[in-house]
Ligand binder design. Sequence first.
Ligand code: PLP
Length: 423
Amino acid sequence: MSTTNQANRLAIQGGEALCTEPWPLPWHGPAAIGEEEVEAVTGVLRSRKLFRFLDHENSWCTRFEKHFRDMTGCRHALAVGGGTAALISGLVGIGVGDGDEVIIPAHTYIASASAVIIVGAVPVLAEIDESLTIDPTRIEALITPRTKAIMPVHMRGIPCDMDPILALAKRRDLKIIEDVAQACGATYKGRRCGSLGDVGCFSVQQYKMITAGEGGVVVTDDEVIFERAALRHDSAMHFWNPGKHAHAAFAGENFRMNEMEGALGCVQFGRLAGIIERCRALRGRVREGIAGLPGLRMHRCADPDGDCGISLVVYLESGGEAKRFSKALRAEGVPCNSIYDQGIPDRHIYCYWEYVMEKGSHDPLGRPWTSPAHDQERVYTPDMCPRTLDILGKAVLLPFSQTYEDRHADLMIEAVRKVTALL
Ligand SMILES: *Cc1c(COP(=O)(O)O)cnc(C)c1O
């Protein structure tokens, strides 16, 4: 290395960084906010009608729900206050409660586990595979007489391999609740993620594909699931749709979406296809530009064409190499990160879910963990899903936003080539 000139030295080794200007905003929805969003939201403020059920027919929230019905092809959509609220409502919809177990991947945002616990069930953690989503071959061994549902999570815009999961659920008489919080707009073999299982749950929080500030959507084809989700989402649901609810009443929360969120969500929905198209193009360009480089393995998933295009994942030989590689790339001025870096708590990795690992509870009796309906022997340990930690440790993630120009993709390619050649 000592004879290489300055331009050929890596930035982490004292060379010149490839890119010194600031990188564009990494977000999707928030970066796309323009005058239309400002108009729509201020229009709601001027109307002074913030509550969606004031004028149900002309409500932004009602329109927002229609967008999700149209996109997914599902017969019902319910706008709610957040992705976690969508999961809670969806779990209540499919009848999950005390004593039930829900199989979730060991790599998902902590909210997936939280929703399960909140409805009185407990999460059972499944290993992921190199798609970064739940490994369909590792689910069946986790099924017990208490298992009620499987929650595939379409992480970082990547569709899960749904066919084997759906077949397993059918064979073992289990429900499927899809967590689509990170993959609004993704498809699996031509069908929309969220519409494949019994119920699908979206988020439109700041970091997701599109945003309403906060918010979420529950979609389902099933009347009873929809009714139960709707009852859970509003403590007075029977008042807003009198006579429409066949299902007996039960207590609900306030998970309603408000009209400012609905308005923002509707305008943002119109931008979704463009965001995905642009991200896919950028990601495709980089993927092609770095294909075949020695030492790098490309991410694979069941349906690459259905991926939202917001992340390109590459695998290195070891965790140490992944860390060195991502550090070197960042030093060149290119955004990226290794996923599992011991010591850096990331709430997308099960071992950092304290209230699962330690069975934390707000309840004086320690429920749901201590409920007599649950398996008291169930334990959670930070090393219980070693394959997940191994895969995440070797992964490096390059993020994409529609805000990037082609030259940013080209810089990424150049940086990856430089780093693989010299590191
Ligand atoms: C963001 C997220 C949620 C929760 O959504 P909120 O809108 O923040 O409540 C659930 N699951 C996954 C996978 C997420 O990324």
